[in-house]
Each structure stands twice: as C-alpha cells, then as structure tokens.
Design a protein around this ligand. Structure first.
Ligand code: HEM
Length: 446
C-alpha cells in the first residue's frame, strides 16, 4: 500500500497558527517522546510549516542509511550555515563526500593517540586544580574542559595560542544562542537586541582569530605538530591532489568546535551526576581504573580496557542523547506506507528513540549493566545509534569516547563529586543535546 503525505497522522494538540510550537517549546523532550504513540511517521506543525518525524528505529534507519542518498541536511542546518559555512555537518552531496574523505585521516587511530596525550594532561591539570570541599558548577567546568581540550588538539603551537583563547571566550556565547536561532524565523536575526549583538560579535571575533592563525600557520609553512589544523592544511584530495582553501579549513574547524564540545561536556556532566546517585557503580569503576591504570597517567592503550567506564558512557548517552536531527528529501522516496515528494523536512530524535519501551526495558532507569555483552545482544544495530549512522555518522565518535574515558579515569580515583545537599536534581534542557541545566557539586577526596 502506498499513500500520500496527507495520510500521515498528525500529533494531537495542534492549535491554529502556532500548530505544535507551544508544546515543543514547553516540553520538547516529553513531546518528542510522545510522538511514537501516533505512528512511525508523524506530522508536527511548526507554526504553519509541517515537519514529519520518524519515530521508530526502522524508519530512522531508512532515512539515515538505506535511502540516505535521497536526503540532504534540513532546515536546522540551513540556519547555522552562515556561521559554519559548508563545513562537514552542513554540506551536502559531492562537497560533503570530498570533505569527509579529506577529514577522515584526522580521526585515524594513530592521530587519536596523539590527541589522547593532550586529553590526559588536561584532565590531570583539572583534577589537580581542585581542593577538598570545593564547590563546582560541573556543567560549566566540563564545558570549559571540552572546549579547551578540543582547541588544544586543534592548535598546539605558539601561533595557535590566541585561537585557543578566542574559542574559550566566544564559543559559550555562540552555543548559548544557537538553537534559539536555528528554530526562529530569519528576520529575528537582525533585531538589534542583546542576544543578537552578543552572538554576532562572538562569532565574528572567533572567526577572525581563527582566520589569522590559519594564515600565519600557512605562511610559516605549516607546523610539524600532529594537531588538527596541520592535518587539515596538509590534506590533499586523493583524485585531484587539491588542498582545502583557507576558508574551507576555517569552516571545518568551526564545525568541529560546534559539533564536539557541548556533546562531550553534557555527557561528562551527566556521568558525574549519575555516578553520584549510584555509588556502587562508581566503586566498580574506581576498582577497574586502579587495576588497569594504577597511579600513572591514563593512556590511549588503557581506553579499550576500561570496559565498565564504557558501559556507563553508553548508558549516559542512551538516556541523555542528541535531541533532534533533520533531513530534507531531494527526490521522491517511499517511507513505510507513505510516498514522500522532494523538499519535505523529516526529523528524528535519538533521545526519544533510545527511551522507546519497545526496545529498552524500564527505559528511564540508569542501568549500565544493560550494556554487558549478553544483554546487549538482544538489541539490533539500528536500535542504539548515539552517533547517528550512515554517511552522516559522527566523525568524532572515537575522539569523544577517548576524551570522556580519559577524563573519568583521571578524576574518579582522586575525587568523589557529590551534589550539594538540598539542591534539586538537574533538569534536562533541550539544546543539541538533552544537557543538564545545573549540576552544582562538592569535591570530596576519595
Ligand atoms: C558525546 C559526544 C558526541 C555525540 C553524542 C555526537 C553525535 C553526533 C551525531 C548524532 C551526528 C550525526 C548528525 C546527523 O545525522 O545529522 C554527529 C555528526 C558530527 N559530529 Fe559528532 N558527536 C559527538 C562528539 C563529536 C566530536 C568530539 C566531534 C569532533 C571532534 C564531532 C564532530 C562531528 C561532525 C564533524 C559531524 C558531521 C559529520 C558529517 O555530517 O559527515 N562530534 N555527531
């Protein structure tokens, strides 16, 4: 059977003109989770614009893998393009394929091993900077850690120090305002209000400094450092021998900064929160770290042996993953019973998918043991996709897990992070990730 889009069930609760905008705005995560009750493809109205949401693992797999060639990135990405240009996350078609090929070597195992040394020394410096009884805003501390670590792996030379500083100063301002921008109509960007001024100034300043650093590094004939900037400057297309232009290099660096910081920071903050609530799990991790690492700095070789940490990270990302992703059809496709014409916006929520009770028993419960090999075997490959899948799968997945594993393995044997008494549990705020709003904790020696 094949029917047109007019037969796609509409989510309940739409109101004239606004559609489902209020529901999405008031409780985005609850609303996204509720959609599966209406069908495997569900219509949601953003104001008067219809968006179709794929709600099952099978449907998401159709969009991201099986029929990926009939899709480009959707509206969400159009709105960030002015900032990140045609970087890997926003580009489509041939440009995307070319850049993906050029960037892949930045994330090869050997390169990650180099970044791991930077991650390990940054994590040690962080752990050594704390004092017993100190109070931390964990979400901020992890945000700074993720930004500084990524910036340091990008620009490891003296010339690059200014860029690290500019990223540290400006990126939080940009990230804070970005999702609001992506979801708002374009004309609001030009209103002379504080949020727009801050956003524009921060993005102009960050791009300027990165441009200067790229130009200086190029003039100096590149660097002999194994940092991300050098790898991008040296990249050559295997077929044509062409290099990336300075502008393309900058767009890729800014894309990586966007894609790689909030995601990692949110995962680490939730991990500390969940571990504080499950001290027995934390004890297991500490025992494993003591056995595998002991007192020396954590290295890349330790990462695959820290399997209990991996189970915790998988469980954290299952519970608190990427909120909403989008595609747009470039030609007609068949999705389940529905025939979908070109130019239609299709969205999906990994967050909602990973809490589907049809796939996960007691889906809202933190239970790292679901990731033991025996229990994990009951899940299909399409059912757990925290980094997406298909040709647009996250290029930084190993980078992110290496960084998060090294951070936990460095901090946990030294310190216990515990919530301040009387503070409410963090709430999930929907941005790119379902990140925690506030995580105030006290540092106690272990
Ligand atoms: C816990 C951490 C992370 C999570 C959960 C995550 C998740 C994702 C997801 C779900 C996508 C696919 C988006 C889509 O299908 O539309 C993606 C793409 C991407 N991610 Fe990540 N990411 C993380 C960390 C990182 C890091 C550390 C980097 C870089 C160092 C990075 C760079 C990218 C890039 C460049 C893309 C676009 C890939 C393409 O379209 O070819 N991510 N990420």
């Amino acid at each position: 059977m094949s029917v047109g889009l007019q037969s796609v069930p509409r989510a309940p609760g739409a109101i004239p003109l606004l559609g489902h905008a209020l529901k999405l705005w008031r409780d985005p995560l609850g609303f996204l989770k509720s959609l599966r009750e209406s069908g495997d493809l569900v219509r949601v109205d953003l104001g008067t614009m219809p968006m179709y949401v794929a709600t099952t693992a099978r449907m998401v797999h159709e969009v991201t893998v099986k029929q990926a060639r009939s899709f480009e990135k959707g509206r969400l990405y159009d709105r960030v393009r002015p900032l990140v240009g045609d970087g890997l996350a926003t580009a489509s078609g041939e440009i995307h394929r070319r850049h993906r090929r050029l960037m892949q070597p930045m994330f090869h195992h050997q390169r990650i091993a180099g970044y791991a040394e930077i991650m390990s020394s940054r994590a040690r410096a962080l752990a050594e900077s704390w004092t017993p009884g100190q109070r931390l805003a964990v979400e901020q501390v992890m945000g700074e850690f993720a930004i500084e670590t990524l910036a340091a792996t990008m620009f490891s030379t003296d010339i690059g120090r200014r860029a690290v500083e500019a990223v540290r100063r400006n990126l939080p301002v940009i990230l804070k305002n970005m999702l609001i921008r992506a979801a708002s109509p374009t004309f609001l960007d030009r209103l002379p209000v504080r949020a727009n001024r801050d956003f524009d100034a921060a993005s102009a300043s960050m791009r300027q400094v990165i441009d200067d650093v790229i130009a200086s590094t190029r003039r100096a004939g590149g660097t002999d450092q194994p940092d991300l900037l050098s790898v991008l400057l040296a990249a050559r297309d295997a077929d044509t021998g062409e290099a990336l232009t300075d502008r393309e290099v900058r767009d890729e660096l800014v894309t990586i900064l966007f894609a790689g910081t909030e995601t990692t920071a949110s995962t680490l903050s939730w991990a500390f929160h969940e571990l504080a609530g499950h001290p027995e799990v934390e004890e297991q991790l500490v025992a494993e770290i003591n056995e595998v690492v002991g007192d020396r700095p954590v290295t890349i070789e330790d990462v695959p042996r820290l399997t209990a940490i991996r189970r915790v990270l998988d469980e954290v990302i299952r519970l608190h993953g990427v909120t909403l992703l989008m595609r747009r059809t470039t030609e007609s496709v068949q999705l389940g019973d529905f025939s979908v014409p070109p130019g239609v916006e299709i969205a999906f929520s990994l967050y909602a998918l990973h809490r589907d009770p049809a796939l996960y028993e007691d889906p809202d419960r933190f239970d790292p043991d679901r990731w033991t090999p025996e229990r994990r075997a009951s899940l299909g490959r399409e059912d757990f996709v925290p980094f997406g899948s298909g040709n647009r799968k996250c290029i930084g997945d190993t980078f992110a897990w290496t960084e998060a594993t090294i951070a936990l393995a460095t901090i946990l044997p030294r310190w216990k992070l515990r919530p301040e008494p009387g503070t409410p549990a963090p709430r999930e705020a929907a941005s790119a990730m379902a990140h925690p709003d506030r995580v105030p904790m006290t540092v106690l020696p272990r």
